[in-house]
Design a protein around this ligand. Structure first.
Ligand code: ADP
Ligand code: MG
Length: 161
């Protein structure tokens, strides 16, 4: 998975959950299906926090639970068919075949994947990759795009450069 040649990265500092929610809302305001967003980072880094805020900002009003046990949770918001995957507990990427992810992912889909590295070769390619990390106890999210669609979204959120 290599960035497009010109892919810059945007590092957003997120000192609290509010900051994560604000960033998620900025992505949600500009996102267009179909899109695949990978959320990477250690346990507790804030991936589900981002996904939850993003799904709410897309207009889903109900409770967004962590999909870590069921692997996949789906939501409908407006025209978007939201797929939230968490592959932390997956034993074999072939389980994604069993979920029929390829059939579920369509033009209306907004896909969020936690632990995407565990589903290698069985996931739609990432338009955006968000890496959740911290440095001297300061949390940040590194945002990169990997496709033209990802660049379009990235440009809308961070301003074309
Ligand atoms: P992950 O899905 O990456 O395992 P979670 O989103 O479940 O992590 O977050 C773990 C905990 O960290 C939660 O209690 C959440 O409220 C908190 N948290 C997440 N992001 C931040 C942040 N930027 N600043 C402070 N606390 C955060
Ligand atoms: Mg999580």
């Amino acid at each position: 998975m290599n960035p497009l040649p010109a892919s810059p990265e945007q590092v957003e500092y997120v000192p609290d959950e509010q900051a994560v929610g604000d960033l998620a809302a900025r992505f949600a305001a500009s996102v267009q299906a179909p899109v695949a967003i990978y959320l990477r980072g250690d346990l507790g880094a804030g991936k589900t926090t981002f996904a939850r805020a993003f799904i709410h900002a897309l207009g889903y009003p109900g409770y967004v639970k962590s999909p870590s046990y069921g692997l996949l949770e789906t939501y409908q918001a407006g025209d978007s068919n939201i797929l939230h995957l968490d592959l932390y507990r997956i034993e074999d990427p072939e389980e994604l075949e069993f979920l029929a992810l390829r059939d579920l992912f369509n033009d209306q889909s907004v896909l969020l994947v936690e632990w995407p590295d565990r589903g290698e070769h069985y996931l739609p390619e990432a338009d955006l990759v968000l890496d959740f990390d911290e440095n001297h106890e300061t949390r940040f999210i590194r945002c990169r795009f990997f496709t033209p669609q990802g660049k379009t979204l990235w440009d809308k959120v961070f301003g074309a450069s």
